[in-house]
Design a protein around this ligand. Structure first.
Ligand code: 5AD
Ligand code: SF4
Length: 510
């Protein structure tokens, strides 16, 4: 069912050519005909509605449309978005377009946006403003906004009102419709809006142009049904739906045949993998066990939810081998009271029991996490509980954020008595602790030999190579470029907060 989809065709109702229209013309038009994406509708879920499609195709009249033209996609936010960009790049290439890294050179520009925090959104609006002169200079340039922000009513309305020069707005469920959306934008010369509120099918055979040839992301599921009270993701990404294991296995086999060395399984809440299968109780543990038989040296997965992390998965991970012992396990807060209001569905004690169980069963396991400070009405004591859980778990790293109210989420309606300066100060204190621990955990590697998957030249110095250890530590060392894409032993000589320095262990030194 197509929901809240609307394609604008201003010329039929209004004689003014597009370029002469004012923001008011657009706003007036949309007020009467446009049904915006609705976060409320996005919440109404029915599991049964998921369909899997294997018939993606680019219509014949669009297969050559991009020949001699270039596309540019700017990606904001998480790995899921990065991977969606790889899919959109695949679709563009299927239409004959070539990629460019220079906006000035592009015939189509897409902003693949993130809605998780307000500052992510501000960056996008800033960029939209910067693109306006380019559009005025090159009227045939097409500019599109896609990704999570497009799923928000307020964002779509703001673009309509303030940035009518945008040509396309499409949502996270409409990526496969890119050729049709582009077609309407090119030939209709009108703004095209296509956002679905609650649809969420799985489209299997989408083309992909992956960013590298060493590491690959593979979606195992889409969406999130957890509805943590602060989080917009369940609304912007739709309901939880898992890909069939055979489709995932086939994709990973293909990556193995093409020499990929690392695969990261992606999902908003990977531990819920399989919960929507009505015909089996197959879960993430089963999937990882099957995948581990494929010739890929390293498997990772993200993001985990502590509530759904089951014993089966722990047992499978305990076997090690090509399953990495680094778990990203967002805690969000160390206070059971705050966790409750966040709707996380676990307590501090449950989290610590899970950590202890994994430490016992998975050799050398390490943890990283996500933490939010300054949730509405968080007290100093509750914040200190966050500090103490960080000390207790001794995370290798943590991504820390100040709570950002997201319109349409339950937490955004809560009154908040914590001033911003207090939140900032808490973030600073937390970061100081996180950094101290990171350094301490890195120091342990001094004098040890670690396996590094070499990714390329270091960003700061082209004479230095860099890559990651099994536990996701970035290592810099000197060595020949021929090592790129290989897993090599490196002797760690020094540890910093974020990185390790080392020397390549050559045959003669071993
Ligand atoms: N404010 C601040 N941080 C948030 N996150 C999710 N929603 C919000 C929000 N409204 C953080 C969580 C999540 C990470 C991806 O982003 O820590 O794990
Ligand atoms: Fe957001 Fe919670 Fe789902 Fe993570 S698990 S995406 S924080 S709702």
């Amino acid at each position: 069912m197509l929901h809240n989809r609307m394609t604008k065709n201003l010329t039929s109702t209004d004689e003014k050519p597009l370029k002469e229209k004012t923001s008011e013309d657009f706003a007036k038009y949309f007020q009467t005909t446009y049904q915006p994406p609705s976060l409320k509708d996005a919440r109404r879920r029915r599991r049964k509605d998921i369909d899997i499609h294997y018939d993606f195709d680019i219509r014949t009249d669009m297969q050559q449309v991009g020949v001699g033209k270039r596309f540019y996609i700017r990606t904001y936010g998480c790995q899921m978005n990065e991977h969606d960009t790889e899919v959109m790049a695949g679709i563009f290439e299927g239409m004959g377009y070539e990629a460019t890294t220079d906006v000035n050179d592009a015939d189509v520009i897409l902003l693949n946006t993130c809605a998780i925090r307000e500052n992510a959104e501000n960056k996008v609006f800033g960029e939209i403003g910067h693109l306006k002169p380019l559009k005025l200079e090159k009227p045939d340039l097409l500019i599109g906004v896609c990704g999570c922000m497009s799923q928000e009513e307020s964002v779509v309305n703001r673009i309509l009102q303030k940035h009518p020069f945008i040509d396309m707005i499409f949502g996270t469920h409409n990526i496969h419709r890119l050729p049709d959306i582009l077609r309407e934008a090119i030939f209709g010369k009108e703004m095209v809006i296509e956002v679905w509120s609650k649809e969420g099918d799985i489209i299997e055979n989408l083309p992909k142009v992956r960013k590298g040839q060493i590491k690959a992301w593979v979606n195992i599921m889409y969406g999130c049904d957890k509805f943590c009270t602060y989080c917009i993701v369940p609304y912007t990404r739709g309901k939880e739906r898992s890909r069939r294991p055979e489709d995932i296995i086939e994709e990973v086999r293909h990556l193995a045949r093409n020499g990929y060395k690392e695969v990261t399984l992606l999902g908003q809440n990977v531990n819920a993998y399989g919960k929507d299968f009505e015909d089996s109780s197959y879960g993430l543990g089963d999937l990882m066990e099957e995948l581990s038989k494929i010739d890929i040296p390293r498997f990772r997965f993200m993001t985990s939810h502590p509530r759904d992390f089951d014993d089966r998965l722990i047992d499978v991970l305990a076997k090690g081998g090509n399953l990495m012992e680094h778990i990203h396990l967002p805690v969000q807060s160390g206070s059971s009271e705050i966790l409750k209001i966040m709707g996380r569905k676990y307590s501090r004690e449950h989290y610590m029991t899970l950590v202890a169980k994994m430490e016992e069963r998975i050799p050398n396991v390490t943890f990283t996490t996500d933490i939010i400070v300054g949730f509405p009405n968080e007290t100093e004591e509750q914040f200190e509980e966050t500090l103490s859980i960080v000390r207790e778990v001794e995370y290798d790293a943590a991504y820390t954020y100040i709570y950002s109210p997201r319109e349409g989420t339950p937490a955004a309606k809560m009154e908040d008595n914590v001033p911003m300066e207090v939140k900032r100060e808490r973030l600073q204190r937390l970061n100081q602790l996180v950094n101290e621990l990171s350094l301490k955990k890195n120091k342990v590697f001094e004098g040890q030999v670690v396996d590094v998957l070499v990714e390329g030249e270091s960003k700061k110095n082209p004479d230095v190579l860099s890559g990651y250890t099994r536990k996701s530590k970035l290592v810099n060392f000197r060595g020949p470029k021929s090592l790129v894409g290989k897993i090599v032993p490196v002797y760690i000589t020094g540890a910093k907060t974020w990185t390790l320095d080392g020397d390549l262990v050559t045959e003669s030194k071993r």
